[in-house]
Design a protein around this ligand. Sequence first.
Ligand code: 6PG
Length: 247
Amino acid sequence: MAATDSPRDIRIFETAEEVARAAADYFVETAEKSISAEGRFSVALAGGSTPRRTYQLLASEEYRNRVRWSQVHIFFGDERCVPPTHPDSNYRMAEEAMISLLPIPEPNVHRMVGEGDAVANASLYEGELQAFFDGAPWPRFNLVLLGMGDDGHTASLFPSTEALNETRAWVVANWVEKFKTYRITLTAPAINHAANIVFLVAGAGKAERLLEVLRGPRNPRQLPAQLIEPVNGSLVWLVNKAAAARL
Ligand code: 6PG
């Protein structure tokens, strides 16, 4: 049983494995509620190591029959500018850990294209989202999964980057100077219009930054994870003890 910290919903688990499991459980529950209410479930996946384990669990014998996969639409919160076969591709990670192992109809997998022109790819993805959300002013994902980097980034919203100022676009190509490359990312307002947002944070290397993000002064230019504040939805932090050590 996780300890709960109010008023924020921060759930602290012993191990990273338990965090991954809690995220898989949350995915299953949200998928079933969304499919019952709307006939479909839209989720934006995160890259990174903790989510990978969640995806593996979802594809496991234990979990796979608990979701009506034919009604699931997979989107991505961010992507590196590489082809889908590249080891750094978030799509490749999700494909190997989960998508290829589950009966998700191919048109329901909405890959963020990483290869080619990043600006054009971002605008193509925004168009795909606009078609899916059928003229809504903002996308309303049933679930957005997020990680937090040890520099305070989330999705590909990195400290001091242009995308942090975005107030209108849903998806942008964000130049990340420290990697000398673009990343394609959902913007903070696009994430914030989701019905459910879940952060997965594990490891002692995140402890200091997590303290700053959750308890420190508001400074989203340096701590982009602070930009995540749902407009009309829920935000849950699934954290392991090592990452929560300073809270
Ligand atoms: C990416 C991610 C990114 C990730 C964090 C945390 O493409 O890199 O989407 O935002 O979630 O970097 O990653 P870890 O869970 O591996 O620490």
